[in-house]
Design a protein around this ligand. Structure first.
Ligand SMILES: Cc1cc2nc3c(=O)[nH]c(=O)nc-3n(C[C@H](O)[C@H](O)[C@H](O)COP(=O)(O)O)c2cc1C
Length: 500
């Protein structure tokens, strides 16, 4: 990427693409459309008596054997074009001054063109902080070897190698590298052969928990979930398209991806011991604090640092200072002394939650129609994590008379059996309720859905689940379903936590 995680073959076209990426990110609106980062769904419960001094707040941590003053990473961006050198130098000096980690842009160009080194060689300006080298994972299928990776790490004096996954960006580019077959095996082999730790990241669409588990099993030590809600690379590529059709194809993905907060919570659950980096749409020190409270070890920002560094070194320093001061102040008024306490806080609550231990929210779902078993378990687990109740009960309720809540196993054939059972007990036929002319009051546009009501009577409107020590008690096979018994529509589910 630019700074492009994709096509860095070192050709003239690549150089112009990298320059395009910087220009577009600085000048255009490249944010994702209609998919927020998810951090806006949370807020901290203010603590009026923190019982610590502001000066006691400690944000330091370590990352790949080096110290950080704050858990912030300048995410991988650029290198390989002349304008990248000044930007990277500003970012490196900012990282060094504020004790942040520094990611470098995709460096395949460097393997073929050693003359590109000055734009990547940032150890000169950031001697003490962790520096992360970067390559497109797909390049492992295109001839990049373990020795190449070692050479890169040595050249850049990097503390870790980041492999980025960007299948959607590659698919949108006419010249993209889309050979992703067998890549996990290659990543695993590389991880085993290298002495340097390997991080895997997305570029803004998120790494779902099933892949997090497979990557961790493959030996990857850190995952940057890089979710949706910030820079959208389909939007960036859209600005590069000459063909209106290709531009429309890119535009179709403006709301693609898993919101960062959502994918972060899921990744932490999937890999409790792994280093998890949260990035994608992190835009303030408050977002950094929320990400840590949701389970991140390190929090990354790309777009905001690029725009600041492209403006001036002073702007980059001011951005870093603002992030640090908002994070410090947030920790103070949440009453947490250090990052461990921030991670364990129960003062991060979902928007709509109340402050008295009776937290409740309403979630909305669009159902696809009769017989749909919509699995809402992750939302319930997510709510349990942040509702502020450590020991108590979560009540999951549908306020509808033709949409039920039930717990069972999510196995497709079993779901078919359930549908058959319901249809046997309340089959197609004549229902008195459908004889609208005989009913006393009939709302406008009343559907004929006596059967849906009868099926609902056999199910239930709610389920209650225990939270013990902050974790939802669900059996291995238990999933929570919202069951649609009528036509497609928007449904609500109330989640309420009671306890302490
Ligand atoms: C100009 C630019 C260039 C980027 N180049 C790379 C890259 O070479 N490798 C990579 O892994 N990610 C790259 N990214 C993606 C970022 O690291 C990050 O995952 C993504 O932009 C989402 O974060 P944000 O919303 O804070 O921008 C780039 C981002 C920007 C803005």
């Amino acid at each position: 990427m630019g700074a492009s995680p994709s096509v860095d073959t070192g050709s003239g076209a690549t150089v112009s693409r990298k320059a395009d990426h910087i220009r577009i990110n600085v000048e255009e609106d490249v944010s994702s459309k209609g998919v927020p980062s998810g951090f806006e769904r949370y807020r901290f419960l203010h603590c009026a008596l923190p019982e610590i001094d502001l000066a006691d707040v400690e944000m330091a941590t370590s990352f790949f054997g080096r110290s950080l003053d704050v858990p912030i990473l300048i995410s991988c961006m650029t290198g390989g074009v002349p304008e990248a050198e000044a930007i990277n130098r500003t970012l490196a000096e900012t990282a060094q001054a504020f004790g942040l980690a520094l990611g470098l842009g995709s460096a395949r160009v460097l393997l073929e063109h050693p003359t590109a080194l000055p734009s990547f060689d940032m150890r000169r300006y950031a001697p003490d902080v962790p520096i992360l080298a970067n390559l497109g994972a797909v390049q492992l299928n295109k001839g990049v070897t373990t020795d190449d990776c070692r050479r890169l790490i040595d050249l850049l004096q990097a503390d870790a190698l980041v492999l980025h996954l960007n299948p959607l960006q590659e698919a949108l580019q006419p010249e993209g590298d889309t050979e992703f077959g067998g890549l996990l095996e290659r990543i695993e082999a590389l991880v085993k052969a290298l002495d340097t730790p390997v991080v895997v990241k997305e570029i803004g669409w998120g790494i779902a928990p099933d892949l997090v588990s497979r990557l961790v099993d493959a030996g990857v030590v850190a995952i940057d979930v890089a979710g949706a809600g910030g820079t959208s690379w389909s939007e960036v590529e859209r600005h590069r398209m000459n063909s209106p059709v290709r531009a429309r194809v890119a535009a179709a993905f403006a709301d693609w991806g898993i919101p960062t907060a959502e994918v972060l919570v899921a990744a932490r659950q999937a890999a409790p011991q792994a280093v998890i980096i949260a990035s994608g749409g992190v835009r303030s020190g408050m977002d950094v604090a929320k990400a840590v409270a949701l389970g991140a070890d390190i929090v990354g920002l790309a777009g905001p640092f690029l725009r600041a560094a492209a403006h001036s070194p002073e702007a980059a320093r001011e951005l870093a200072m603002e992030l640090v001061e908002v994070l410090r102040t947030t920790m103070f008024v949440v009453g947490v002394r250090n990052l461990t306490a921030l991670r364990g806080t129960n003062r991060l609550i979902l928007e709509g939650s109340s402050v008295d231990g009776q937290a409740g929210i309403v979630r909305r779902y669009k159902t696809r129609g009769r017989g749909e078993f919509l699995d809402i378990t992750e939302d319930v687990v997510d709510f349990a994590r942040v509702c502020g109740v450590r020991n108590g009960i979560i009540h999951v309720a549908s306020p509808h008379t033709t949409a039920a809540i039930r717990i069972n196993e999510n196995e497709p054939l079993l779901l078919e059996d359930f549908r058959t059972l319901l249809d046997r007990l309340a089959p197609h036929g004549n229902y008195r309720h459908d004889n609208l002319s005989k009913r006393e009051t009939v709302p406008p546009e009343e559907p004929q859905n006596g059967r849906s009501h009868c099926q609902h009577l056999l199910l239930s409107s709610s389920e209650s689940l225990a939270i013990i020590d902050g974790a939802l008690r669900l059996g291995d096979w238990q999933r929570v379903f919202l069951i649609e018994l009528d036509a497609p529509r928007e449904r609500q589910v109330t989640l309420q936590a009671v306890g302490r």
